[in-house]
Write a protein that binds this ligand. Structure first.
Ligand code: PLP
Length: 398
């Protein structure tokens, strides 16, 4: 067996289940799960209809590269959303549809890492767990940058030692971040692009929460947008990951895309041809419909806005938590250990949250997830409000 498999940690939800199994929840309260980042809003009906209308196309093998109509819809969306130079995202060369960004983040890492050179994969901490597993299975060493509150939950890139940048082959960004919701600003993105040039590494920006923001006049910037502002219209060394899972409430469709540097994308396509993960044709048509529509995304944001306002209003002054820049997560600081907080909240109020330490690793002597819990406001408004009320009772009791 592949020895690197032994380096993988149990997935956070396995650890969470073991933690919860030690206590019994109250049977008179219905369970509310704020732990998993699975959107629960309705998927758009017209997307489901498009899927049905094309269901007979399951009779055909899809191509790994995806249909031109899908790649064209994606490049048009990217240019519109991130104010890119019209025509700069060539649907033929810059874009590949993927079966959700999870598999793509993993596969991309396997494709780009050169094993012989003591590679580092640099990632935020806390982080989406795939970054670490992908790095380990690609034969690279993960290197974590803590995201602390005093720096707005964005890693302190200036403090990264020169030797780290020299060994870095791949830098993961997550903006807006999971679990912090922090958005990396344009100036920082530009600085990182200059570092990528200087030390010859690739930046993979995971932007799957980019459409869940609060201020309609100020959507989060993205890595390709920073490239465009630098006049870097070939997007060299930069790739972005986007998904319909959160934007359009379609986590089961398994639809996203990777876009950026044409040379990198060419090699990634070659990798994927052997990897063998082409998107089913009905899913491709459904994805075209979803990327071409913004109204349902705006409605989605409205629903999240309502939930954040209600929950934060109820928790005001009771726990150290702020509205994030974007995303559907609250990243709350706890007075007691995150494990105790999670276990007691489950035992007393039948609410599940995720202990921060499960999605972070110790770096520079601290685990930045400790004394934090992640709450995903994915349930209905009513359920989120009920969860906030129960949490208020829990926090007030102390
Ligand atoms: C930061 C981040 N990236 C990527 C993903 C994967 O999303 P999907 O595979 O559904 O596109 C998730 C899912 O929770 C996530 O939180």
């Amino acid at each position: 067996m592949n020895r690197d498999l032994e380096k993988l940690q149990p997935y956070p939800f396995e650890k969470l289940n073991a933690l919860k199994a030690q206590v019994s929840p109250p049977s008179d309260l219905a369970h509310i799960a704020l732990s998993i980042g699975e959107p629960k809003h309705e998927p758009p009906a017209f997307v489901l209809q498009t899927l049905q209308d094309n269901i007979e196309r399951l009779a055909n093998y899809p191509s790994t590269k995806g249909m031109p109509v899908l790649r064209a819809a994606i490049s048009a969306w990217l240019e519109r959303r991130f104010k890119l130079q019209p025509g700069s995202v060539d649907a033929e060369r810059h874009v590949l549809p993927v079966n959700g960004t999870r598999e793509a983040l993993f596969a991309f890492t396997q494709a780009v890492i050169e094993r012989g050179a003591k590679p580092l994969v640099v990632s935020p901490n806390p982080f989406y767990q795939i970054y670490e597993g992908a790095a380990l299975l690609a034969g690279a060493e993960p290197y974590f940058l803590n995201c602390d509150k005093d720096k707005g939950y964005v890693p302190d890139f200036d403090a990264v030692p020169e030797e780290v940048w020299q060994r870095c082959q791949l830098l993961f960004l997550c903006t807006p971040g999971n679990p912090t919701g922090a958005v990396i600003d344009t100036a920082t993105l530009k600085k990182l692009i200059a570092l990528a040039d200087q030390h010859d590494f690739i930046i993979a920006s995971d932007e799957c929460y980019s459409e869940l923001y609060f201020d309609e006049t100020n959507p989060p910037v993205g890595l390709l947008q920073a490239c465009a502002e630098m006049g870097r219209n070939d997007y060299q060394r930069c790739v972005v990951f986007h998904s319909l899972s959160k934007r359009s409430n379609l986590p089961g469709l398994r639809s996203g895309f990777v876009a950026g540097d044409a040379d990198v994308m060419k090699k990634f396509l070659l990798y994927r041809t052997y990897h063998g993960s082409a998107m089913a044709i009905p899913n491709q048509f459904a994805s075209v419909a979803a990327w071409n529509d913004e109204l349902h995304v705006k409605r989605n944001r409205d629903a999240y806005r309502q939930k954040f306002d209600a929950v934060l209003n109820t928790l005001d002054g009771l726990i150290d938590v702020q509205k994030p820049d974007a995303s559907f997560y609250l990243w709350a600081k706890t007075d007691i250990s995150d494990l105790e907080f999670t276990q007691r909240l489950y035992a007393e109020q039948h609410i599940t949250v995720l202990p921060g330490r499960y999605i972070a690793r110790e770096a520079n002597g601290v685990n930045p997830g400790e004394y934090h819990v992640r709450m995903a406001l994915v349930a209905t408004v009513e359920e989120c409000v009920e969860a906030a009320e129960r949490m208020k009772a829990f926090l007030t009791k102390g």
